[in-house]
Ligand binder design. Sequence first.
Ligand code: PLP
Length: 395
Amino acid sequence: MSWKIPLSDLNFGAEEEAAVLRVLRSGWLSQGPETEAFEQEFADYLGVKHAIAVANGTAALHLALLGIGIDSGDAVIQPAVNFVSAANMTVAVGALPVFADICSLDEPTISPQSAQQAIEACLAAGGPKPKAVVVMHYGGYPCRMRDLEALCKAQDLWLIEDACHGVGASVAMSDKGVVKLGAVGDVGCFSFFANKNLVTGEGGMVTTNSDELARKIRLLRSHGMTTLTWQRHQGHAATYDVVEHGLNYRFDEIRAAIGRLQLGRLDENNARRRELSAAYFERLTPLQDDGWIFPFQIQQKSQQECMASAHLFTAVAPDTATRWKCTDALKEQGIQTSLHYPLVPKFDAFSNFALNDEVGVSRQFCERTITLPLYPSMVKNQVTAVTRALIEATG
Ligand SMILES: *Cc1c(COP(=O)(O)O)cnc(C)c1O
């Protein structure tokens, strides 16, 4: 199906084409100098000590959990409104995902209070021991990081940021000033999948200020080997040892070259996304009287407190029937919508996890939410067209 207004669109130019050819002709394709440059530039951009490029965002989460030593017998607190990656990777390392609720329909990020309750429920049950909290910056709007950081400090838990929506966004912290998302917690995880704000097709990044974590994650990324093919190619090493049971989650040079250019476009693209989101908020105001909710409107307005990457524009319908009526009506007009996300603990594969019943707000959100088209090359007329279609469908 070809959409009149797609959900998202790429922002590639002649520079990306030239970069791909340049790398292709260089004769070196797997992780090498281009990847190292991308990692350095990403780390500098984020203001973080280490950035480690990996195969995708899920690999980033897997390596984060392995790097901090999450194991069987551990519980990982995480939001019920999320992409399934964090929960799947929690299970992959043998740990138990414990779901916390979101703050409200207006702010669908993990509630610090609900996270606290989930920790207490784990401790009371005497089962798996809470070891980490994974937060997810829904739509590129920062979670309540000051409270979440304090909670993790008080409970001696690791703080992992799933910043897949939040590349380039930032939040004001009380002691450190304004910090980029992915640089607040112990580890940050990013995806460069084709519909994200920074695109390499497949791809991801792990960020951390910890030398020890970075060392371990670099090893785990490439078979636990002490030297890389690139280092041996340069004559820096003749052989290697294997010191961890690692994986192959390496990145490659073609995608690194694309990533470096996309990083250069990021701030401008994110600013455009914020502008379009503001236009959506303004044009959709009349629907608020009919029970519609447009999350993060307050965060969007108070830009000194936080700067969103505005990855998604989400609307919460008054009820599920209206949600489906509207997605159908928009589809009729060639407007693509999506749904971020079905509730994670409701998936069949998670039906055996007991400690996750108290997520009523998350359930409401997942039953009523719609994601509307948003991408940097979108024009205001298209925002108007989507808005009109939605208002007509509701009436
Ligand atoms: C995209 C995404 C992921 C997974 O990234 P992949 O690169 O597709 O593996 C994880 N979490 C969130 C919130 C995402 O949006």
